[in-house]
Design a protein around this ligand. Structure first.
Ligand SMILES: [Zn+2]
Length: 224
């Protein structure tokens, strides 16, 4: 019984280098940045935990790019492990939800700033990719997920667990755990009419889903 319980709660591991449409999940310590590249540069969802951008630099090198070529960093939320890497991208425009700026300044590295703020439903373009910002409050107040090229990048809004279910992070990590759970189901319902559009779902701290997204669509309330 105890073993079953711990299995149900255990999260899957980050699948370093996995592809989600044009995005690659790059493991930076215990979290991830999702990186898409074009011929002229790169765009990131989340900055990663490494203040020198080491893992992202290694990936960019395989694409003939460097950290200087990162033009945009879209931040899901202001927890340290998602924003510590911001200074590693000196030429990047940093985007975040307007309600998240304060937390980024608080948890981010010395001198960090947010260049552009986002609101729910806003669509921006970076490196030829369109990104739709969707507000999913609860984990933090200005917590965003991004939908781009059919890929939903959730940050910490959701985890993929070893029992095959998707659910919110452990309660101790969220500002408002009940809201985090409720808003995750709201997100699923909001995207349901666009089911055909979605091809993959990526999570910052775990492996993701490609192809078969039934675990996302069939998501129910989950004990964490
Ligand atoms: Zn977080």
């Amino acid at each position: 019984m105890l073993l079953l319980l711990s299995l149900a709660c255990a999260q899957t591991s980050i699948d370093d280098g996995a592809s989600f449409g044009p995005f690659t999940q790059v493991k930076t310590s215990f979290t991830s940045a999702f990186v898409a590249t074009s011929e002229s540069g790169a765009v990131l969802v989340d900055a990663g935990f490494q203040d020198n951008g080491k893992a992202v630099a290694a990936f960019l090198e395989t694409q003939g790019l460097t950290l200087d070529d990162v033009s945009d960093v879209l931040i899901t939320h202001g927890h340290t492990d998602h924003v510590a890497g911001i200074p590693a991208y000196p030429n990047a425009t940093v985007w975040a939800h307007e309600n998240e700026v304060e937390l980024i300044l608080e948890e981010g590295p010395e001198g960090v700033s947010v260049d552009e703020t986002l609101v729910d439903g806003q669509i921006i373009e970076a490196q030829g990719f369109a990104f739709e910002a969707i507000l999913v409050p609860g984990h933090t107040s200005g917590n965003l997920v991004f939908l781009s090229e059919g890929v939903l990048i959730t940050g910490d809004t959701a985890f993929l667990y070893k029992d095959g279910t998707i659910g919110p992070p452990s309660e101790r990590y969220s500002l408002d755990p009940a809201q985090t759970q409720a808003e995750l189901l709201v997100l699923r319902d909001r995207l349901e009419p666009r089911k055909d559009e979605l091809t993959a779902v990526g999570f910052a701290h775990t492996g993701g889903l490609t192809g078969d997204l039934s675990a996302f669509w069939e998501m129910t309330e989950r004990e964490n």
